[in-house]
Design a protein around this ligand. Structure first.
Ligand code: ATP
Ligand code: MG
Length: 234
């Protein structure tokens, strides 16, 4: 489902070149919950951006769901972003002029989901924000905004779900609820890639990808296999 071969991403800055990713080879099969671990600056967001076609590699190839992103036409990439990937951004990226439910409905409509309005109501209830759905982002706490961003991704039927620190703003109990929802997405056949600093979350993954200084240090299931999110504690 997700195939990266020899992928590097170099950023040219005033002081020189930053190798954000350096020779990354990675395969993630459909229906897996993969967790990407690594210190700040190790290339996690850069990796998600390449998988999501929000950025392109300096070298190497990225192939997702049978489509080779490197060299794809603008039109194919446009369609890919709408119908293949859904993103939960590290900084949420909610539209400030839209309410919670409007943000979620808009995301679903762009992805071509039928009955987007009803779907938006349903997923907001799933993330515990049914009562807050008519609030604007600035009227919501950080954790509530994060859950709107998660709901927006869950409201699509896209087969790849990318989430950058999706529990960063959440208390333990809410974090477990969100991980349970993400696990359900994988069970339903979506490929879910979660970036986190939280090593405990990696215990609930099918595959743990460790990044360090732009390189893949290891790719393996957690020792002892994936545990249910409800069994985690931190
Ligand atoms: N647009 C850019 N221009 C220059 N350098 C960049 C750019 N984006 C990322 N970098 C650099 O690439 C490296 C990897 O950044 P990235 O955002 O992928 O890290 P990260 O693992 O997501 O970190 P964090 O955990 O803090 O979110 C960092 O050294 C960062 O400074
Ligand atoms: Mg990041």
């Amino acid at each position: 489902m997700i195939e990266l071969r020899g992928v590097s991403r170099r950023f040219v800055v005033a002081g020189g070149v930053v190798p954000a990713l350096d020779g990354v080879d990675l395969s993630i099969a459909p229906g897996l919950l993969a967790v990407v671990l690594g210190p700040s600056g190790s290339g996690k967001t850069t990796l998600l951006n390449l998988i999501g076609a929000l950025d392109r590699p300096s070298s190497g190839t990225v192939e997702i769901a049978g489509m080779r992103l490197t060299g794809a036409s603008r039109q194919d990439l446009f369609s890919y972003r709408r119908h293949t990937v859904s993103f939960v951004f590290q900084a949420f990226n909610l539209f400030p002029e839209l309410t919670a439910v409007e943000n979620v409905r808009f995301g679903a409509e762009i992805a071509g989901v039928a009955g987007a309005g009803a779907r938006a109501d349903a997923v907001l209830a799933q993330v515990g924000l049914g009562e807050r759905r008519h609030h604007y982002p600035h009227e919501l706490s950080g954790g509530e905004q994060q859950r709107v961003a998660i709901a927006r991704a869950l409201a699509t039927n896209n087969p790849v779900l990318l989430a950058d620190e999706p529990t960063g703003e959440l208390d333990f109990h809410t974090g477990i609820q969100i991980l349970t929802l993400l696990r359900e997405q994988a069970i339903a056949g979506r490929t879910v890639v979660v970036v986190t600093h939280n090593r405990q979350i990696a215990r609930a993954a099918d595959l743990v990808i460790s990044l360090g200084s732009g390189r893949v240090l290891s790719v393996a299931p957690p020792s002892g296999g994936a545990v249910a999110p409800a069994e985690l504690s931190w």
